[in-house]
Design a protein around this ligand. Sequence first.
Ligand code: MV4
Length: 446
Amino acid sequence: MFGKILIANRGEIALRIQRACRELGIPTVAVHSTADSNAMHVRLADESVCIGPPAARDSYLHIPAILSAAAVTGADAIHPGYGFLSENAGFAEMVEAHGLTFIGPSPAHMRTMGDKIAAKAAMASIGVPLVAGSDGALEDVDAARLVADRIGYPVLIKAAAGGGGRGMKVAHSADELEEAWTVARTEARTAFGDDAVYMEKYLDRPRHIELQVMADNYGNVVHFGERDCSLQRRHQKLVEEAGSPALDAAGRDAIGEVVTSGLKKLGYRNAGTLEFLYQDGQFAFIEMNTRLQVEHPVTEMVCNVDLVREQIRIAAGQPLGYAQKDVTFSGHAIECRVTAEDPVTFMPTPGRVELYQPPGGLGVRVDSALYAGYVVPPYYDSMVAKLIVHAPTRDEAIARMRRSLMEFAIQGIKTTIPLHRRIMEAPDFKAGDYTIHWLEEFVGTE
Ligand code: MV4
């Protein structure tokens, strides 16, 4: 097992990783910018190193500073968390070149999945269902027209280097194709420095359902079921649940079997998430994330597993602690992402937290790095707390989330807690009747 782990992140996820390390008896090193000297992840770490000024590119994204911090503290492994360097294959390679262990997948798998065209080809090769579309990158607009005529309009042109919603253009009919082509290419080139694009049939009312997987270095692959992440606004998720209201155990087992047997063939290791669009009872793979995700706690609650602990054990060369038959699903979990934003306009609201009173009781978990007196800095992601509840049924989980949101008091800064209270009261949400478009209509701020 590792002697010391450096956590290359901040906020609640840095704390989450520290907690797993501490339970495994592994000392931790926190890194932080000058804006985070008083942050909870620094206070609770065994050691900390200041790695630069507030701007992320000069601190949490500054690879030489992070590698130096690992060297001077004698850390032998790095956990990247989510965001920042977590999906940077070059960083993972440099970590290994310095004789350290990157707690995550191999750099080669990270690189493949970072290229959406290569990721789809890999999934096609193992029988994972895809959205109908082009076979790889499109050469020119004539090639695009041929594919669109074959699969039928509306179509979506997507950047190979894209993801998270950037570099996508819809063409509803043949006369919109050339314009969509040109705009998508230009956006792809300016945003990612890579103008490779591909085409998919545009699905108009899908759910976003993702599957959590974990693999060790010995060919053992398991899945921990699905999360429904359809409740999003401008590609920012607000609420996630496990399982999906749209899926039953048979549906979960079926997609899980295809994915786990396929990833075994690909030699994938550590944590991963396959993102699907789900419409009319059909799964269609769109992207794979090669990191621990923000919403991993809902999976942990229904499977009674510590995913970060498993990531660390696997990276240290230990075998998976679970065969698929040991993975059980119990009850229902919901997560609300609380951000330091105005609940109506979504303008960021950094500032001093005057009062912090998190909820508690049976089946309630709060992953947060907030404390009374903390000043939320303006430089980073606005998420300040994840409120996760677990209960025997979905209805009971909603009731538990409602009462937890009533108890949750944060004063001094505005947060999205009032919006979450409204969502939990919405009849469509209670019925589980929503797609990726529902929340944007509900908040009416498109
Ligand atoms: C799509 C789609 C409809 N049809 N692909 C957006 C982000 C990126 N991960 C993929 N995205 C989409 N791809 C096809 N063929 C609709 C979206 C999409 C979306 C997907 C998941 C969650 C939220 C979304 C919001 C808008 C559009």
